[in-house]
Structures are given as structure tokens and as C-alpha cells.
Design a protein around this ligand. Sequence first.
Ligand code: PMP
Length: 409
Amino acid sequence: MSDLAQARAAHDHFRSLGLRLDMTRGKPSAAQLDLANAMLTMPGNGDTETEAGEDARNYGGIQGVAEVRRLFAPMMMAPPAQIAIAENSSLAIMHDCIVWALLKGVAGGEPWSRTEAPAFICPVPGYDRHFALCEEFGIRMLPVPLKGDGPDMDAVEALALDPSVKGMWCVPKYSNPTGETYSDAVIARLAAMPAGAPDFRLFWDNAYGVHHLTGNRTEIPDILTLCAEAGHADRAFVFASTSKITLAGAGIALFAGSEANIRWYLARAAKRTVGPDKLNQLRHLRFLRSPEGLAAHMDAHRRLLAPKFDAMLATLERHLGGQGIARWAAPAGGYFITVEMLKGSAARVVELAREAGIALTPAGATWPHGRDPHDSVLRLAPSFPPLEEVRQAAEGIALSMKLAALEAT
Ligand code: PMP
């Protein structure tokens, strides 16, 4: 039997098992959510006063409870005074920052909407919801390749000189979806590079700042300090949340920035709400207790997640290793594995996987407008299904990749 016929037979056999597996989105599993079950009864009847004596049940406290800001200061790499806590979604803060920038301008600038065709630099592959926000508000997207240690900085520096380039998406640690971490040199260049727009902003989405998959806790430089030292104190808007720390639908989202950016953010936020949910903030403090408690909790996530990534990677290696048909890197953190296939075969893999009962993120999703010009990138999200299902899905995905590659050659 030819290699192609063998691959087809293996795929047919898998398909005949009639499985139904979902590997589309980077959601925490039920077992991960269970880790935070104790939170569901916190802060508890009678435990509603903050250290400053505020009643957390009432309105107010627009910046967030001080002791909760202290808890997250190391994760945000910002002093508590330069942190604001919002509701349950960091994506919502990013949305608001874009809308406010367009309508009102960022601190010291005029509304971005007065610029003819404002644009964002978009490292690719990237997070589809970032790109969807740009699409929603008519912001042009300028793709720049990620190189394993962050974006191609020569390309970024050249684009940033254009005054219509107002911002850049960055997921600096364990990036969605490549898993890579920006190097110290890349981060220093992002902080220091000249920008054509005086109101240029890095949208620094550190969504996976504490989400390690190995015992080695990667650290990145503090972007706020680097920007300040380079004379661009207001350049970075920093975002994070506890969606993948505590409860994905009921976490808290955080914003950090320079003093001017915090003033700007709070002035807008105070029009939007009378105050965030301080009980949820207290619940997070009672449960996580300290930065050390937070780290220990993330270790428990790692113990659940790492075997799923290991299973996925081992299966890819077994079926595809050393054959030159697919490339991937083992992520040291985050929620995704990116596989780069031969050009023109990613959509076919998704189709073959679907026929085999496995739902994958659509090919192209990691590119602006959902169009991967090379049709080569696949995002695998092993977090949600139980380990046994991840093992099965990995098998079906690898068989689909192999068949698509052999069909194309
Ligand atoms: N940013 C990135 C890079 C993500 O992968 C995700 C999805 N977890 C989000 C933001 C969304 O975060 P949130 O739940 O805080 O809105």
C-alpha cells in the first residue's frame, strides 16, 4: 500500500469510531473550575468589609479594592496605585479602551477617529478576538510575523513610524496561539522604538502571565518601567484577568498603566459604571490570599493541563515527527499549540478532522479577517476535554494532518 493509501485507511478507521470531540477553544476544563469551588461560598455572610472600611455590598470603589490590587500587583508588574480592577472580562476593557480612544482620544491625544484610517500592528498568528475588535471598529490590521521570541522587530519598527499606526496587539508571554514569549531584547525595542503617532499604544495583553506549563516560571521584563525609562511612559496599556485562574465566567479583569493612563481610564470608567463588583474582588482575595497562594493555585492548574499538552505533543511526534510535513513547538505555558503545516493544507486538515468527528478552530482564525494567506496555521486547544478525549482527538488530528500533507504532495 502507498503511504497515501495507508494514511487514508488509518483516517477511515478513526472515522468509523464515530467519536465527537471538541478542540476548538481554550476554555478551562470542569476539573480546573472545580479547583476554585471554595470561592462559591466566599466571601461569606458577614465578611463584606474592606480594609479601608468600605462596605463591599454597596456602590463605589471605582479603582477596585486596595488589598486586591496589592494581591495582583506582582502579576500586573505595576504598583497598586497604577492598577484598576474592572468586571469579569479583560477583553471588555480592551474593547472600552479602543472605543474611548476612537471617540475621546487617549490621554493627551485627539480622537483616533479623526485619523483617516487608523491601524494596529498585529503579530500573527494571533488571538482572533483581538482581530475581531479591530474589524468591528474599522481599524486596519497590519500583520507582522512572530519569530519564536516575539514579533519581527525590524518590521514592527518600520510600521510604527507611520502616524496612522495607533497601536499594536501584544500577548507577550505564552502567546495565544504560538505559546512563545517575547525576548527581553524584543520587549526593550517595543518600549524604546520611535512611533510616528504621539498617542501610539501597546495593547499589552498579558493574559497568560502566570499560566506556566512547566516548573520553570518564565518571567518577562516590566513593560511599564521600560516604557517610562525610554521616555514613553504612557505607551503601554496592560491587561490581564483571572478568567483562567479562578472562574472563566466570573473572574476579575485588571488594567494597569502609567499614572496618566490610570487617570484617563478611571475618568472614562466612572461614566460607565457606579463601581465594579467588590464582593467578587474580596472573594478572590479570600481564596487566593497572596501572590504565593496564587502561584500555588496555578501549580494545580498545571498538574491538570500539562498531561494534556504532553499527550498532544507526543502523538504529533509519533505520527509526524521528522517528516518535514508539519512544525510545532512545545509551549512552556498558555493554552495552545500551534502547528504549521505545508502551505495550502490547513483548511483541509480541519475538514478531515471534522469528518473524523473532531471540531478544530477554523483554519485562518489566527489571522486578521480570518484569512491565513498561506493556509498553513492550525491552533490546537487541548485544555477543555478530559485527558482521555484529548488522547483520542490527538490521534485523529495527527492522522488528518498526515493525510492532508500526503494529499498535497
Ligand atoms: N486575551 C487573550 C490572549 C486570550 O487568550 C483570552 C481568552 N482567554 C482573552 C484575552 C480573554 O480574556 P477575558 O476572559 O479576561 O476577557
